[in-house]
Design a protein around this ligand. Structure first.
Ligand SMILES: [Fe+2]
Length: 364
């Protein structure tokens, strides 16, 4: 049977790749790979336009339709809503914001399945159903769009990070991430939106958003459990943060995780007065700040994104060690590596048949 040439936009889940995809002389995806939704999304993102699809055998077709039907049946039994239903019951803006964000390169492979995307949307919808939370967030959207965007971004990273680590209090943490900068509404808008360098007096005023945010969240029983996250997210492990100059032993794991996510989000989002920094730059900053940021969380965060700065030593899924020698701008989660032992160079393939399991040459 002849292979069919298809546009990536026409590829269906379950199609089988007919020919290898080679990018920059590196094998990105092997012929014979079953194309599931995550791979299709990544191919679109990388800019692959067309590919060859292998004709499916009747057995493969029936196996795939059996799996699909079983999944649909399970979803109906659990009463899950389809994305289109969800979309209709959520504000278009919020839904679109989440969708736009998670497909950006700086998310790496953090949101690597439709199930995870649905979970984020569901968590967000649950929070929006709490009137005090949706009122605060809507007010922030009107007050300063960038801060609103950064808060939603922090919420998504927080949700997927706690899910990735399997930590408890995921819902509470997600709420804290979403509201952590709410105190900026109590700071004059011209300061929040100022493009020039802040004077030291202005910076002192901006710092107050931590205390004011905590006070605001303490006003409601529903948000008071996360007031400490608003107050402490600018603290640093070495005591150099604000407003209280707390140190490592004072800061629980939720705060230590939020500190990292907040910095990563703020650095990698575009501002009116500066371009967004690359994920790699933001991660290098977090690695350099080893006195300030919890390095176990920084490493886990990098593993979740599957983005590791150039020159990092990493351990691969086959347990060999390698050095990152290039982080491609358009797909930083598929770095080019050199194995330490054999010195052979290769790029992480899109199907992740070999992947980076962690940063460093041993698991901490
Ligand atoms: Fe903040």
């Amino acid at each position: 049977m002849e292979m069919e040439k298809k546009f990536v936009s026409q590829v269906c889940e379950g199609d089988i790749l007919g020919k290898d995809i080679i990018v920059n002389n590196s094998l990105l995806l092997k012929a014979g790979t079953v194309l599931h939704s995550r791979i299709i999304v990544k191919l679109k993102k990388i800019g692959i336009k067309e590919l060859f699809i292998r004709p499916s055998t009747p057995e493969q077709m029936s196996k795939f339709s059996e799996i699909t039907q079983r999944k649909q049946h399970q979803s109906r039994k659990k009463g899950e809503e389809t994305p289109s239903n969800l979309k209709s019951c959520m504000s278009e803006l919020f839904y679109q914001t989440i969708k736009d964000l998670v497909f950006e390169n700086r998310y790496g492979l953090a949101v690597n399945s439709k199930g995870l995307l649905d979970m984020i949307v569901q968590e967000f919808e649950d929070l929006m159903n709490v009137p005090v939370v949706s009122r605060l967030l809507t007010k922030m959207k009107e007050w300063d769009y960038f801060t609103f965007y950064h808060m939603v971004d922090t919420f998504i990273f927080g949700t997927v990070f706690f899910h990735y680590l399997g930590l408890p209090h995921k819902k509470q943490f997600a709420k804290g991430c979403l509201l952590h900068d709410i105190g900026k509404m109590s700071i004059p808008r011209e300061l929040i939106q100022k493009n020039d360098r802040l004077t030291s007096m202005e910076f002192e005023m901006i710092k107050l958003h931590t205390i004011l945010g905590a006070a605001q969240l303490n006003e409601s029983e529903i948000t008071s459990d996360v007031a400490y996250l608003a107050r402490q997210h600018h603290e640093r492990l070495d005591g150099s943060g604000y407003p209280d100059g707390l140190v490592n032993s004072d800061l629980n794991e939720e705060v230590r995780a939020l500190m990292i996510i907040d910095v990563y989000s703020a650095m990698t989002l575009k501002r009116s007065y500066r371009a967004a920094l690359d994920s790699e730059e933001a991660l290098k900053y977090l690695l350099r700040g080893n006195d300030q940021f919890d390095q176990v969380f920084v490493r886990e965060f990098m593993s979740m994104l599957h983005i590791f700065p150039n020159a990092s030593i990493v351990t691969l899924s086959d347990l060999s060690k390698a050095r990152v020698i290039e982080v491609p701008k358009s797909f930083p989660y598929l770095p080019i590596l050199q194995r330490l032992e054999t010195e052979d160079r290769f790029q992480i393939p899109l199907d992740l048949s070999i992947s980076i399991s962690h940063f460093g040459d041993k698991k901490e």
